[in-house]
Design a protein around this ligand. Structure first.
Ligand code: 4AD
Ligand code: MG
Length: 461
């Protein structure tokens, strides 16, 4: 007998006989002649109501059907007598599959997110996390759909790499050397030529450089995979392991890149609104009352665009007392980004043309020699969700940038070759998948939109 998921049962068009339901007990109420169970299997937010008659074989097991236990029920799907649901299941057979004793940590009362983080192996069974991870799955699918519909080729960038794309030194080393007794060079330093890959290697911070290789061959490509940053940031928006989507487009300048980023973000919101309607309504009710109006507003309005220089001007004239002073050439801090998106523009805004000194070596230098064709997309409530740029396609300028950043021409020879053989203007960006999920669900902490969070000091589970 084939299993019927709760979501399918609840959406049934007509009554059905002999369906098999398998799931976990949320609640049980016993009356004299029968028991009511609510069964959830994670296929949707709602559970299916089940009536088990006391005369049924197997009813002697009913006391074992406690919250958290797993059960298997065969029955008839019939129109529900009760309110709030269309269908209910009248059991014809009932069995407990796995018991859950009274220590089961998800009881009816509400739990704090902090507590749920400590039971990351059980929290997917809660309404909130079930909804978060269904939306995460759907958006992963929508990401592929968006790019495949536009003839982008999916490229798998390596996880282990020898390059530091962002040049921020936030790298996790990958090594098999014995930390107690590493081989050393005559000068006493660790000799990484004897390491597993015969050189220093790291977990990737970005698949961009490899994506550029493929864009300069297959034209439009994207990566979608895990990235790692050993950044000691203790915020609600930084994780040490997160997923990034990085499109890279040949023959494309910064304008086209900004257009694609806007289209992409709107596409994902629209997809979630359509395919995760019940879960988003749940977030709108229990997580963030303004979520749905905000998402709809974002869909309707064109994103604003503003240069870094204009942004500095707006911030300086705001009359605010900034914790971090505002001046041309300084990095924008979270307080500045949020002011721009939440108070000044009141909608997503793409900042572009940042000071050259603030950005990595690969960005295209503008005619002024002082700024580069960088772009950051800021959204209300979160700040930066996308970072990208037009890439430097001129060999001489790239080499000069690399000298300024003290990068080895030998290590990056393959990257430089892209400018030697048929170089083209090209652009791309990275969308932080978890930040996008925070935006779409209203969930305020990045630890709660990734199955098992890795942050400084924490790698449990
Ligand atoms: O701005 P970033 O560092 O850009 C890059 O890595 C480029 N190589 C992307 C490209 O042009 N292909 O990172 C891109 C995005 C950020 O906007 C943010 O959404 C996310 O990745 N991100 C993080 N998300 C969670 N935790 C962190 N520690 C993050 N660091 C960046
Ligand atoms: Mg960035």
């Amino acid at each position: 007998m084939q299993r019927t998921l709760v979501s399918h049962a609840l959406n049934a068009a007509s009554p059905m006989d002999g369906i098999l339901l398998q799931g976990w007990v949320r609640t049980r109420r016993d009356a004299k002649a029968f028991s009511f169970l609510e069964i959830n299997d994670g296929s949707c937010l709602k559970g299916l109501q089940v009536i088990v008659d006391a005369s049924l074989p197997g009813y002697d097991q009913i006391a074992r059907a406690t919250t958290g236990s797993s059960v298997e029920i065969v029955g008839r799907l019939v129109p529900s007598q009760g309110q709030g649901q269309k269908w209910e299941l009248v059991a014809t057979s009932f069995a407990v599959v796995g018991d859950a004793d009274s220590t089961y940590p998800l009881q009816k009362k509400g739990h704090t997110l902090e507590f749920l983080r400590e039971i990351a192996h059980i929290r997917p069974r809660s309404n909130l996390f079930g909804a978060v991870f269904r939306v995460r799955s759907r958006l992963a699918y929508a990401i592929h759909q968006f790019f495949q519909e536009r003839s982008f080729v999916y490229v798998h960038a390596p996880i282990i790499t020898a390059s530091d794309c962002e040049g921020a030194g936030e790298l996790f080393r990958v090594t098999t050397l014995d930390p107690k007794n590493p081989p050393t060079s005559p000068d006493g330093s660790v000799d990484f030529s004897q390491d597993f890959f015969a050189k220093k290697t790291y977990l990737t911070v970005s698949g961009q450089l490899e994506a550029e290789v493929f864009a300069c061959a297959l034209s439009n490509v994207y990566t979608f995979g895990p990235t790692f940053r050993a950044e000691n940031s203790h915020t609600s928006r930084h994780a040490s392991e997160f997923w990034m989507i990085e499109p890279e487009i040949a023959f494309c300048a910064l304008d086209g890149n900004m257009d694609l980023a806007e289209e992409f973000v709107k596409y994902l919101i629209r997809d979630a609104r359509k395919h995760c309607a019940a879960d988003l309504e749940f977030f709108g009710k229990f997580v963030d009352k303004d979520l749905l109006p905000r998402l709809d507003f974002v869909l309707e309005r064109p994103f604003q665009r503003c240069t870094y220089t204009e942004a500095i001007d707006i911030l300086s004239r705001s009359g605010r007392n900034w914790e971090h002073p505002v001046s041309w050439g300084a990095n924008l801090q979270s307080e500045h980004e949020r002011y721009l998106a939440e108070e000044h523009f009141k909608c997503p805004v793409t900042l572009y043309n940042y000071p050259r000194t603030l950005k990595p070596f690969y960005m295209r230098v503008n005619e002024d020699g002082k700024t580069v064709r960088a772009m950051d997309l800021l959204v209300p409530g979160i700040g930066e969700i996308i970072g990208g740029s037009q890439r430097e396609e001129r060999l001489d300028v790239l080499l000069e940038n690399m000298r300024q950043h003290q990068l080895s021409e030998k290590e990056y020879a393959w990257y430089i070759d892209l400018r030697r053989y048929g170089s083209v203007p090209h652009s791309g960006f990275g969308l932080g998948f978890e930040r996008m999920l925070m935006f779409v669900t209203g969930v305020a902490n990045i630890r709660d939109v990734i199955p098992f969070a890795r942050t400084p000091g924490t790698a449990g589970f």
